[in-house]
Design a protein around this ligand. Sequence first.
Ligand SMILES: Nc1ncnc2c1ncn2[C@@H]1O[C@H](COP(=O)(O)OP(=O)(O)OP(=O)(O)O)[C@@H](O)[C@H]1O
Ligand SMILES: [Mg+2]
Length: 570
Amino acid sequence: MPWIYRWVIGLGLIAAVGVLYFSNVYLTTSFTQTLRAQAELRAALYAGNIKSTLERFAVVPTLLARDATLITALSTNNYASTSQRLQSFQEETGATSVFLIDLTGRVVAASDRLMLGENRSNTEFFSQMLRTQGTIFAADTSPEGSTRFYYGQKIELLGTIMGTIVVEVGLSRSEDLWRRSDVRVSLADVQGVVMLATDIFWRSQNMATIIESARKPSTAQRVFGLLQQIPLSELVYIDGERFIVSEAPLGFRGWKLSYFAAMDGVDARVNAVIALEIMGMAIFAALVFYQISRRAAKESRRSYRESAELRALNARLSSEVEQRLHAERSLQSAEQSLEQASKLAALGQMSAAVSHELNQPLAAMRTYLAGAKLLVKRNRLEEAQASFQRVDDLIERMGAITKQLRSHARKAGDSAQLIDMRDCVSDALSIMAPRLGRQAVTLIQNLPPSSAQVMGDGQRVGQVIVNLISNALDAVAKVTEPRITVTLTLGDVIVLRVEDNGYGIENPESVFEPFYTTKKPGEGVGLGLAISAGIAREMGGRLIARNGVPLGAVFELQLPRADGANKAAE
Ligand SMILES: Nc1ncnc2c1ncn2[C@@H]1O[C@H](COP(=O)(O)OP(=O)(O)OP(=O)(O)O)[C@@H](O)[C@H]1O
Ligand SMILES: [Mg+2]
């Protein structure tokens, strides 16, 4: 994968995490604010509700204290229909119960007939009612923790206290209502002691203590809160759930209502939004990956195509190489046949030159012979003998030409055998001895002490050496201190070098061409080097020519060495 994709993916991941984190913080904060406002509203609502309920019943005792039937019943001590009357009052007002107490503290009439006969004389509330002018309120918490709320007032007739009337206010109905609506609410008095609560274990306990002990989050909750950046002091933890507490004063005896709003609603909403975000990101990532993989597939298709093209190119190339090799081979064979053809052409040229070369002495011979015939007829024998001698010379010359031609036409490899080049040199020099004796030339020989063996025909190698030395002799003919050096060196290749200090080679590229000569007619036909080069080639070697430094010519006959190993192989 290209590095740019890695970067894009890495940055995308970081961006995604950032977006999730910040949206989590933002959403949690804003939803929490909404929840807090809702909680405050609810708390105020519930508080107002309770307050109005309480206030509604505050006037009921005052009204009942003036009720004539109740006063009559108290004064006559006849309560036959009083309880029924109280029951109808209870039903009309919606109070929990209404009951009448006489001066002795005994319940003489009650909407709830079970209460009849109960003695309330030694309760603080009863004596307070007797002492006080007007309605008084009391909240009475039972040992089990449930609290009852009462309004009561003494009943007087012409300044005489007849008894008391008590109305019990049913706040437990509100409590039930809260419980049913699945909210957590508590109502505490001015000391903070819980009187009503959806959680029954809170009753009679101090609200401040409850909240204090519920403020301790677990480590996980602390980390979670830190991540969401909610002020931890705002939250309370009850049964593993998080709540925001909102307190509303009732405006009644310093009472306070606490409303607990659950954070899980906020969490659920935040989680829903974050889940949506993650889904969106996943879809986006899937699209991006799809795009990337499509591009990669395209790329791989292209590279496959390219490599296929490369393979095809390679195949074409190797077939071309094959063709070239083939062409080279056919060229070689063509060259070989061309060589053969040029050899034949050279033969043709040569025969033309030879016939020209031979025709001259033949014509001369005819003339000499005709002259000799006449001289013999006239008996001038001395002169005729001279003519015959000339004919003899001409024949010798013709013989030389045909001899050279014969050696040129001879087939190669006829009599190949191991020969020592040193013997060839000395044979050639002995053949050349008469001419060397005529021409005063310094001949230097550098021959190795050990044998220099090659495979070939000794006579033909000797012919090459004779040709080279006779050319050298021609070249040094007009030099003041003529010198010819023959050197034989041993190596993988055996080299015979013939150097002279003559006039040098005029045209080194052409000297091996048949019939190339710079000599006058009769002095040279231009075959010596052509034939010699052919012999060298036939033996697997070569003949090369160059000009010497500072003057003269250098000819080198290079032949492959036939050593002991070759001999053994044979
Ligand atoms: N040692 C040399 N120095 C200078 N030129 C040379 C020497 N050897 C050969 N040449 C040149 O090369 C030519 C060809 O020599 P090549 O031996 O083939 O023929 P040629 O000597 O002219 O005649 P022939 O057939 O009788 O040998 C010569 O005519 C001469 O010009
Ligand atoms: Mg020659």
